[in-house]
Ligand binder design. Structure first.
Ligand SMILES: NC(=O)C1=CN([C@@H]2O[C@H](COP(=O)(O)OP(=O)(O)OC[C@H]3O[C@@H](n4cnc5c(N)ncnc54)[C@H](OP(=O)(O)O)[C@@H]3O)[C@@H](O)[C@H]2O)C=CC1
Ligand SMILES: O=C(O)[C@@H]1CCC=N1
Length: 268
């Protein structure tokens, strides 16, 4: 079974590396990229064959499309003549609907839409997948199996994908933003940058493990840290006064709205 990855950027490489680590034979993988030097880099790193987009689609059973949303229209036009009914096309592009993709490919091509995230690079990704209109269970299971090599996978109705994009697709960026802010705070208070970084990163890793291993609600875990009249309560009061929680809600609504607008080709 041959799998082609069209677009070998951040997410394309995460998929490639996940598939290779999961034991998929390199001889059954193909990659494409707009910049030949990037494709050559991946050949050197993974031993994978680089071809052009139409050739990749002709040779592959399953095609993973991992270009930016703004590049999807042109790419689909380029591969349309090479795609065939029954073939599976899996799109990872934010905001691009299965209807948009299906309308640009021959009828009968099965389309699955995925929203992954960058922890896929370390096999700790969270991917949501949704079926297009010509998909059967075998297509969905196939897509699920491919994504599982980069972390967890869950099926969601496509109408939830814009919210998922806002929460888990963009989510790592919010976490890194908070980490940056905490490190800067440590530096402001006189800690060496390396010390602040080590303490913040391990606090993040430990807290994530606590959430995931115990399954406890974050409110319970937060309350356990917050001693009456103590240091945490003093910090949290400031965050509440600053409406940080409300800002998070508004920020993620902005991400969801941007995801919704991408299919219509709204300019950057
Ligand atoms: N990064 C993330 O956290 C996430 C990204 N996604 C989605 O994944 C997709 C890819 O994102 P990301 O990997 O970050 O983006 P990148 O820009 O890193 O990767 C896209 C790659 O596709 C190449 N490309 C563009 N057009 C073509 C084409 N016609 N044929 C072959 N290759 C092409 C680009 O080349 P060039 O460099 O020349 O532009 C680039 O190397 C996006 O649609 C994004 O919405 C989804 C969830 C999370
Ligand atoms: O910022 C973006 O548009 C992409 C989709 C989700 C994460 N990165």
């Amino acid at each position: 079974m041959t799998v082609a990855i069209l677009g070998a950027g951040v997410m394309g490489e995460a998929l490639l590396s996940g598939l290779v680590h999961a034991g998929r034979r390199v001889s059954e993988l193909l990659v494409t990229d707009r910049r030949p030097e990037r494709a050559a880099e991946l050949t050197e790193r993974y031993g994978v064959e680089v071809v052009d987009n139409p050739a990749a689609v002709k040779r592959a059973d399953t095609v993973l499309v991992v270009v930016k949303p703004q590049d999807m229209g042109a790419l689909l036009d380029e591969i349309s003549d090479s795609a065939r009914p029954g073939q599976l096309v899996v799109s990872l592009a934010a905001g691009i609907t299965t209807t948009f993709i299906e309308s640009r490919l021959p009828s009968g091509v099965a389309v699955v839409r995925v929203m992954p995230n960058t922890p896929a690079l370390v096999d700790e990704g969270m991917s949501a997948i949704s079926a297009g209109s010509h998909c059967d269970e075998a297509h969905l299971s196939e897509a699920e199996g491919l994504l599982r090599s980069t972390g967890k996978v869950a099926r969601v109705p496509e109408k939830q994908l814009d919210a998922v994009t806002a929460i888990s697709g963009s989510g790592p960026a919010y976490v890194f933003y908070v980490v940056e802010a905490m490190i800067e705070a440590g530096v402001h208070m006189g800690l060496p940058r390396a010390t602040a970084t080590e303490f913040v990163v391990q606090t993040l890793v430990g807290s994530a493990k606590l959430l995931s291993d115990t399954g406890e609600h974050p409110t319970v875990l937060r309350e356990r840290v917050t001693s009456p009249g103590g240091t945490t309560a003093a910090a949290l009061r400031l965050l509440e006064d600053g409406k940080v929680r409300a800002d998070f809600l508004a920020a993620m609504e902005a991400a969801r709205d941007r995801s919704r607008s991408l299919s219509s080709g709204e300019p950057v």
